[in-house]
Each structure stands twice: as C-alpha cells, then as structure tokens.
Ligand binder design. Sequence first.
Ligand SMILES: Cc1ncc(COP(=O)(O)O)c(C=O)c1O
Ligand SMILES: Nc1c(O)cccc1C(=O)C[C@H](N)C(=O)O
Length: 402
Amino acid sequence: MTETRLRVYDDTRALFHLPEGVIYLDGNSLGALPLGVAEKVDRVIRREWGDELIRAWNTAGWYVQPRNVGNRIARLIGAEADTVMMGDTLSLKAYQALAAALDINPERKVVLSDTGNFPTDLYMAEGLIATLGRGHELRLLAPEAVEAALSDEIAVLYLTEVDYRTGRRHDMAKLTAKAHALDIVTVWDLAHSAGALPVDLAGVGADFAAGCTYKYLNGGPGAPAFLYVAPRHANRARAALSGWMGHAKPFAFDLGYVPAGGVERMRVGTPPVLAMAALEASLDIWDRVELSEVRARSLNLGDLLIAEVERRCPQLRLVTPRAHEMRGSQVSFAFAGGYAAMQALIARGVIGDFRAPDIMRFGLTPLYIGEDEVMKAAEIIEEVIVGEVWRRPEYQVVNAVT
Ligand SMILES: Cc1ncc(COP(=O)(O)O)c(C=O)c1O
Ligand SMILES: Nc1c(O)cccc1C(=O)C[C@H](N)C(=O)O
C-alpha cells in the first residue's frame, strides 16, 4: 500500500461518480467510475499520444505498462512481484492459462470444472480442446461435488472462485492443496474475487489465475484482463497465443518465436494503452485501501441486505450462502418474476441485474456503497415485490444485454 491509507467508504465514496438518484448494486458486473479517470485518460491522450506520439512507448512507459500495472494488481490478489501480466480479455487469458496448465500434465485428459462457472470459461476450454485435438474431456459437476471428484485422472482443476450467479465461493486453499496432492494443476478465474475479497495466490500455491478489471476494480468497460503464472511455472509455461510482444526480443523481428522469460511471455500483441490508463486511475484508489477492510464491510452490507430483504419479501429465496467464508461480494435471490422485477427496480434507481433463469443479483462494493444505500434499496425492493409493481407490462420487455 502506498501513500496514506484511505478509509473504505468514508474516504473513498467521494472519489467516485455516481448519478443522482441511483443506488448502484451492479459493481460486480461493471464497476462505477472513479473521478480520476477522465483527467488521467485526457492527459494520456493529449500529452502522451498527442505530443509524444510514437516516442511515448519509451518516454511514457507504454511498453512496460502491462507489467507495471500487473504489479499493482499483484498486491490485491496475493501474488508475488512480476507474476501478473495485463492485456487482452479474460476469455483470452483463461485460454492461455488453461493451455499452459494442460501442457504441464500431458498424460492426463480431463479438465474438471463446475456448472457454476461462467460460460465463456467453458466455451474457451471447448475451443482449446478442439484445437489441441488430443482427446481432452471437459467434465462439469455441481460446485459442491468438485472436491470429492478430484482424482489422478484429472489434468487441470479449472474453476471460478466465486460463482457469478449465486455468489457461492469455493475454498481455494483447500481445493488447491487437495489438487496438488494428486498432481492436478489449478487454474482460477478471479473475475468476482479481485477487489471483492482478499485473495492469496502465493499463499495457497495456485498455479495459474486470471481475472478482469472492469468489475470490482473499476477499470471501465473493456478494461484489460490479468494473468497470473506461479514463479515455478513462469519460465516453462507455453503461451499458446504466441504473439510478438511475448517474444524474447520483439524488436529483433526474428522469423521464429522464442518466448520471453517469466510472465512476460503471456503478452500477446499491442496493449490497450488508453484502457489501461483508466485502470491506472482506479488503482490510485486501490493502492491505498486495505482489502481486509473492504471484505469486512462487504460482509456487513451482505448480512444487512439479506436480513432486510428476507424480512420484507418472503417471496424471494436467498441462493447465496449465508456463511461468510462461503460467499463473495454479492447477494442473489431467486424469484420467478426476477427479470421484470429487476427492470422495475432499475426504473426506480436501484441498479442490480438478472441472470437466467430466475436470479436477481445485487453486488456490494463498499468503496462506494454504504448501509444507508442498502437500507433504501431494501425498501424499494419491497415496494416492487410486495406491491407487485413488477407485473406491469413495461417491465416485461427483454433487453439485448442483461
Ligand atoms: C467468471 C467470469 N469469467 C469471464 C467473464 C468474461 O470474460 P471477458 O472479460 O473475456 O468478457 C466474466 C464476465 O463477463 C465472468 O464473470
Ligand atoms: N463483461 C460484460 C459485458 O461486456 C456486458 C455485460 C455484462 C458483462 C459482464 O461482465 C457480466 C458478468 N461477468 C457476469 O457476472 O454476469
């Protein structure tokens, strides 16, 4: 942590733009806008791109930006220095991680995941398996069944730590230890963990991890993803997407590919400099907060939302585990009219989201959400559900992006 510490919410709330009249409970999908972003991006555009032009790759540090930003993310996910690389999208970083993990266990053919994993992770695995053409199987089990299914048949355990729908959290330390005892390589998707709760990749001995930065980390739409490679694998891991910027000497323009040392090899092509500048402005806040404080506040907000909604709306069924250690930073309820109910909430300024078939999700982001907002949101949820406002025809119209 650098500079003076910021108190979560008390000092950080004023550092975000939130529209008047909105209670934003969707920071688990797209984080709110940090006020410093516009100025930072404007500076990079005018001074670096505008005035420095091509020289900025050196003079403004654009070339080393993916590694430098990776090192700032590292503190938030308990990673060692120089183990985290930024770039591309989470789908691509998950692909690279899984490809490298499968290479470590070439004799084994099963990738074990669960039915709570985010579809893109599974789709990317399907694509990779087809490309490899070596007869791998993607095996999906219920999240609760994963631990008992670990065996010496499994090549890679490929999981998202926090389930995007239910908010259920896997026990990363326990599953990693059990996997390693059976020589299984682990790949963790931290999309709903990074910035949501303390993660200790080095401590649990994780092999590979990837995540996005547009959710809890507030990097903005299309913000770059990150990829973690444990130091013990970093000089051997195969990049799979062997682009020129992951080459040992990109500016030698050799005709053959030679991977760079360490996690640098996981770079692919030109990094998204402007998008990463927005993320850097958000990290100026993250550098100064303690994740343990974020977590304590998030759990408190979650407990409050659960208690208030259950007291007011017996129609909603909690699907998020109550136990603190078993949940991430969102609270989800199942409700048959969930889609329409969420539209009615959004029309009243309470922005959460809906995941098929019937899940209403509420993300809790303590940097800019406090108890007063949660209490007010619960009142409006009661009005929509108990008052049956959600049944109105205007809330039944389905949008393209939900
Ligand atoms: C667990 C998880 N993985 C991956 C993604 C998406 O990946 P990408 O950033 O490539 O769209 C999401 C959300 O969109 C997610 O929740
Ligand atoms: N990445 C998203 C997007 O580009 C559009 C709409 C939503 C998203 C999301 O991030 C969804 C999110 N991963 C989820 O948990 O459902």
